[in-house]
Design a protein around this ligand. Sequence first.
Ligand code: NAP
Length: 257
Amino acid sequence: MDTTQDNDLKKPRTVVITGGSRGIGLATAKKFQLLGDRVIITYHNTEPSDIDKTPLGDSEDLYELTAIRCDIASTEDIDNLFSRTEKEFGACDVLVLAAGINDDSLLIRMSEEKWSKVIDTNLTSCYKATKRALPAMLKKRSGRIILISSAVAMTGNPGQTNYAATKAAMIGFGRSLAREVASRSITVNVIAPGLVDTDMLSALSREQLDALLTQVPLARVGAKEEIAAAVCFLASAEASYITGSVMAVDGGLGMGY
Ligand code: NAP
């Protein structure tokens, strides 16, 4: 018996990845590209010419990555992202919300500006992008939404009240939405990465990193490709019975919580 329910998500799917110019988002984009999908990535401060668009495979059949400028905190930019995507590639089948920032400070010294910037970029953007992508998914009665949260949503981290609050809220947001749209065969899942080797992690000193690694049973940082693999699985037909889940990809840091 074929238990997969998303037979209308035929390849090539239209995949939109926010924060696709670097790090986890770009690694995920290349993996979807390798699977034969049409992938639209967003960039904000990275120059388009600095985005490494080299595909992982050398097949000539692969679609080129399309990069669209989008400040994920801007409603106007988000509308433009989806309007262009729909016009050029059709409605978004898979939405991956990977854009994110941290701007750390102990709460006692955290300015309201620092607080709001992180909330707007990491959390309010999820509301805006998902709301814009959803009508087309509801109409098609299919779709995959994958939010990139963080292990700190569960563990907390000194200096990251703003960041951890957004990452924890993404879980509540995703699970509530999963319940709202399940009847239309749209799944919503969250990935909680641990320490992943990207620019975000490079802000830590060697000492800070070594201290954090003592908490990781696999005793190493993760590769961005390891997060990308989990995202692609949750977007695959094989994952059609998974919704509202939080998948820890963290070397055992949280032991699945
Ligand atoms: P990264 O290498 O620093 O990349 C961040 C991405 O977010 C970039 O593509 C950046 O685009 C984009 N971005 C930032 N502000 C934006 C804005 N206002 N509008 C649109 N895009 C914006 O970080 P990463 O490690 O790949 O992180 C990806 C996601 O994983 C984040 O949500 C992060 O919180 C989460 N995460 C990371 C780790 C880790 O250890 N690395 C662990 C847990 C969770 P531009 O460069 O074009 O500005």
